[in-house]
Write a protein that binds this ligand. Structure first.
Ligand SMILES: [Zn+2]
Length: 407
C-alpha cells in the first residue's frame, strides 16, 4: 500500500485492530446482526510525510450513509466550542454581510447557525442527507455532497470564492485528502483564510487513544503531515492553536501561498514540539500496539471481576470511539448489558459488533448500576455532571483511556 498523500510505500505499521464493523454502523434490529459487514482495521505510518493512515478497505459512500446517526447538536460542550469559534473568527476577520463563508461537513448546522445569526452569508457542505436536512430546516443553505475539486468549482460558479472556509473535524475523515485540500485552495479568496481542526496524532500516541481509530477516520494528523498536504495544494500554514477537544486537537489556520498574512511563531513551536516528542522517529510508533493490548485486557478483566462479584456495569455514550474499544476487546452484551445515550437517533438501536442495546438516559436510574463505563472519555466531566443525582451513592465511573481509571 502507498501513502494516500505522497505515494511513498508504507512499511511502518502503527496498530492492527483486527476485523470489525464501521464504528457508526448502528443496527436498527436484531435481524441485522447476521448480515453485519466487517472490515480489517489497520493503521500505517508514512516515513516520508509522517501521515498515519488506515489501510483502504471501505468506500466513503458506504460509511456515510443517509441514516448516519451522528448529530453534532447533541453535545452541549460541543455547541459552546462552536459558538466561541464563530464569535472569535467573525471578530478577528471582521466578517460582514458582504463576505462569504463555507463550512465543509456542516452536519446539522450547529456551527453555521452562529454565522446566520450574525447576518453573514454562508453555505454548508454536508454529504449526510439526514443531518443536512436538519440544517436546511433551520434556514441554512446546504449542498449535500462530498467536497473536492469538482464541487469547489461548482460552488465558485453558483456563489463566489470564500473569505473563510471552515473544515473543522473533517480532514481526518476524507479518503482523497489531496483532492479535498486542492478544492479548498481553489475555492479560497486571495486574502481568505481557512481553518482545520483535527485530533493531534501526538496525543493519540502519548495517551494511548487507540479508540479514536475507526474506518471512517482515514488519517491521523500532525502539523508535519498537514503542512505537507497543504503545501502541495498551494496553501501555507500561518497559525497553530492547541485545543482540548477530542482528547487534544490542533486548529491549523492556512491561507494561499501568495497571501500577505505572516507566519506566527506558533507554527515553528508546534513543529519543534512534534520533533521533540519523536513524531519523526520510528521508535515512537513501535510500542503502540502493546499499550493497546494492555487496555483491552484491563477492560476484559474488569468486567469479568465485576460479574464474579455480582456487580452491574452499564455504559454511557454510544460514541464511535466506544465501538472500537468494545470490539477490539471482544466485549458483548453478556459482559455489558446496556449503553445509554442522549441522541434520539441512536436510542432503540444496537452498537455495531458488540450488539449492546442503546437506551435513553432517563432509564438509567432504574438499573441501579454499580459502575458506569463512560465510553466518550473526552466528555467525561460533562457526563458525570449530567448523571449526578440519578445514580446510587455507591456507583463509580470508569474510563479506559489512557488506562483503566475508576472514580
Ligand atoms: Zn506520505
Amino acid at each position: 500500500m502507498k501513502c494516500r498523500h505522497c505515494l511513498n510505500q508504507l512499511t511502518l505499521p502503527l496498530v492492527d485492530l483486527g476485523i470489525m464493523p464501521p464504528s457508526n454502523a448502528y443496527l436498527s434490529s436484531e435481524l441485522k446482526f447476521i448480515a453485519e459487514a466487517v472490515y480489517p482495521l489497520k493503521v500505517w505510518v508514512c516515513q516520508h510525510c509522517w501521515l498515519a493512515q488506515t489501510e483502504d478497505f471501505t468506500r466513503a459512500d458506504e460509511l456515510f450513509t443517509e441514516d448516519y446517526a451522528y448529530f453534532s447538536s447533541t453535545s452541549s460542550s460541543w455547541l459552546e466550542h462552536a459558538r466561541q469559534f464563530s464569535d472569535d473568527v467573525i471578530q478577528k476577520r471582521q466578517l460582514r454581510a458582504d463576505n462569504f463563508v463555507v463550512e465543509i461537513a456542516s452536519n446539522d448546522g450547529y456551527l453555521l447557525r452562529n454565522f446566520v445569526a450574525a447576518g453573514i452569508p454562508c453555505l454548508g457542505v454536508e454529504p449526510t442527507k439526514a443531518t443536512a436536512l436538519v440544517a436546511q430546516q433551520s434556514g441554512i443553505d446546504v449542498v449535500s455532497d462530498f467536497f473536492g475539486v469538482s464541487l469547489a468549482k461548482l460552488i465558485k460558479q453558483q456563489y463566489s470564492k470564500a473569505d473563510l472556509i471552515i473544515a473543522n473535524n473533517v480532514l481526518a475523515h476524507v479518503p482523497d485528502i489531496n483532492d479535498f485540500v486542492a478544492g479548498i485552495a481553489d475555492l479560497l479568496a486571495l486574502d481568505g483564510v481557512c481553518s482545520f481542526e483535527f485530533p493531534h496524532l501526538l496525543n493519540l500516541l502519548r495517551y494511548h487513544q487507540f479508540d479514536t481509530i475507526y474506518h471512517e477516520h482515514y488519517s491521523y494528523l500532525s502539523i508535519h503531515s498537514v503542512r505537507s498536504i497543504l503545501q502541495k495544494a498551494g496553501l501555507r500554514v500561518w497559525k497553530v492553536e492547541t485545543l482540548p477537544t477530542h482528547g487534544g486537537s490542533l486548529r491549523v489556520w492556512a491561507c494561499l501561498d501568495n497571501c500577505s498574512i505572516e507566519q506566527e511563531p506558533s507554527v515553528q513551536y508546534m513543529v519543534n514540539s512534534e520533533i521533540e516528542f519523536g513524531l519523526t522517529d520510528v521508535s515512537v510508533y513501535q510500542g503502540f500496539q502493546s499499550h493497546v493490548n494492555q487496555i483491552a485486557t484491563s477492560l476484559k478483566t474488569f468486567l469479568q471481576q465485576a460479574k464474579e462479584l455480582g456487580k452491574l456495569v452499564v455504559a454511557y455514550g454510544a460514541a464511535a470511539k466506544g465501538n472500537t474499544l468494545l470490539n477490539y476487546a471482544g466485549i458483548q452484551a453478556d459482559d455489558l448489558p446496556v449503553v445509554f445515550d442522549a441522541a434520539k437517533s441512536k436510542q432503540g438501536q444496537f452498537l455495531p459488533g458488540s450488539h449492546i442495546p442503546i437506551l435513553p438516559p432517563e432509564q438509567l436510574s432504574a438499573y441501579q448500576p454499580d459502575y458506569v463505563l463512560i465510553l466518550p472519555w473526552n466528555i467525561r466531566d460533562e457526563v458525570i455532571q449530567q448523571l449526578a443525582g440519578q445514580l446510587p451513592e455507591h456507583c463509580k465511573f470508569v474510563t479506559l483511556i489512557p488506562e483503566l481509571s475508576i472514580i
